[in-house]
Write a protein that binds this ligand. Sequence first.
Ligand code: GLC
Length: 482
Amino acid sequence: RRFSWRRGARTSVCIMEGANPMKILYAASEANPFAKSGGLADVAGALPKALVKDGVDARVIMPLYGDLKFRDKLEYVTNYSVPVGWRSQYCGLFKAEVNGVTYYFLDNEYYFKRRGLYGFYDDGERFAFFSRAVLETLFYIDFTPDIINCNDWQTALVPVYLNLYYRHLDKFNRIKTIFTIHNIAYQGKYGTDILEDTCGIGHRDQHIVEYDGCANFMKGAFETADKITTVSPTYAQEILDPWFSYGLDALLREKQYKLCGILNGIDMEANNPATDPHIAFNYDVNNFEEGKAKCKEALQDRFGLNKDGSPVFAMVSRMVGMKGFDLVQSVADGLVDRGIELVILGSGESQYENFFSDLCGRHPGRVGTYIGFEPTLSQEIYAGADAFIMPSKSEPCGLAQMVACRYGTASHHPRDRRSARLHPRLHPRRGQRLHLRGLQRPRAVRCLLPRTGPLLQQGRLEQPYQVRHGVRLQLGCLCQEL
Ligand code: GLC
């Protein structure tokens, strides 16, 4: 059945409710509030919650990392063996419920009890195990999803394994799969030698995951998933262009018939400056001047910054060049010398982690750096900063900028990058956009800061970037189509 995607076509949502709610298993390598390195965790936290509110039985499945938050709150369910190539590996199953959403955690200490989420020599094997384990888990829980929504390369082998090894079983033969691209830069590329022994994909089937002489997990998902989605409609167009596609545009053009973009949203409840319990002072459009000033003071206290009237610029992001850390690094000393205070939160490539930790040491009272993930702290930053900077080279969606908007914090996107377009409403007027380098000029800073007020007056704080009705509707339609 086909449904129109017309906005406001409220009627089709009710298909998702009723006696037999649609069942969606959301497979992700990170999810709020348990583990986060980037925006995927926010979506994996917010979208299932919104779907559950719509009457969908949405559940999340993710690895049980060593430094998972709330580890002690998990409930043990059972354990079983998972085939990984020619071996069998232990898999423990734990669960927890947050906001009505059931989260399943897959435990294997050899693979996941490490510091950090990714960046290990055997990431390919770790997530091949995880993808296979997602499917094995279905034998041990009383839940057969209609749809498995996989996200990024870490779960890209789920549809591949499903088609190769599980399709013939009753429990699996009606399951449909959606593969969501949050960032095409990370494809899970390895030498083809890992396919047989490590991934358990025999010679005959290797063409499914082989691309350009490599094993490419994401390519496997493109071949086998029923639908491919991206996190904004523009990104769905952009990745058809070699500039953005990291080598996959030709393949995606072939798969265009099953590719579509659905704009992400943010959790408007959790990110509400009027009720957020983690910020120093709650504010809304009526008292934002007082509220933001108090939150700024609290933020400066938190990071030991001088309270001398300097503007505070903040960045909350994965520390990678793609998010513009290279640019910020090149102007950071200049910004500080010109009287700007910087607050940086994130983790990622060690060159940036080291640089910003060092910057903090070199400019006491002017720079605050926090390496890692701390959801409450990021909210304090969004609320307390005068401006949010994130000069991404390419931005598949831009959730952080949406959250900054929600907290009434002017968000800065430099013009000199061919960044994927954010939702148009997120952009301050074109002419007002400034180059990051330009920010070093005092005049540019003076231009940026007064934007906070007008942004709020235009109602940015109230504008619904939540996992909107429209988003849920589109996902609902997509699922119905399958
Ligand atoms: C990735 C993208 C970012 C997006 C997020 C959530 O981190 O880089 O633009 O907002 O995923 O989909």
